[in-house]
Design a protein around this ligand. Structure first.
Ligand code: HEM
Length: 83
C-alpha cells in the first residue's frame, strides 16, 4: 500500500491528483488516514472482511478529471506494487 502511494506521489500524471487532495507529505494525518482507509478497502474486497465503510464514488467524484492515461498508470503501479 505504502509502496504504491510512494510511486503514485512521484508520478507526473498521478501525483498531482493525490497532492491536491492529501498533500505531498505521506506522513501527514490525511495521508495516514487515507492509507488506513485503503487497507480496509482492500481487506474487504480481497479477504471478504467487513472493514470498509467509506464513500468510494464520492471520493472519485472529487477527482472526476481523471484521464484514461492516468488510470493506465494507476493500474501499472498497482500490479507492480503487490509485494
Ligand atoms: C487514476 C486513478 C485514480 C486516482 C487519481 C485516484 C485518486 C484518489 C484520491 C485523490 C482519493 C482521495 C480522495 C479524498 O479522500 O479526498 C481516492 C480515494 C480512494 N480511492 Fe482512488 N483513485 C484512482 C483509482 C482508484 C481505483 C482503481 C481504486 C480501487 C479499485 C481506488 C480506490 C480508492 C478508495 C477505496 C478511496 C477511498 C474512498 C473513501 O473515501 O472511502 N482508486 N482516490
Amino acid at each position: 500500500m505504502t509502496l504504491f502511494y510512494t510511486k503514485a506521489l512521484k508520478d507526473k500524471l498521478l501525483g498531482p491528483f493525490f497532492v491536491h487532495e492529501l498533500g505531498d507529505d505521506m506522513q501527514n494525518d490525511d495521508w495516514l488516514e487515507h492509507i488506513d482507509l485503503l487497507a480496509d478497502f482492500w481487506l474487504t474486497q480481497l479477504n471478504g472482511e467487513d472493514t470498509y465503510y467509506g464513500n468510494f464514488i464520492g471520493a472519485h467524484i472529487k477527482v472526476s478529471h481523471i484521464t484514461e492515461e492516468s488510470f493506465v498508470v494507476w493500474l501499472e503501479l498497482f500490479f507492480t506494487s503487490s509485494k
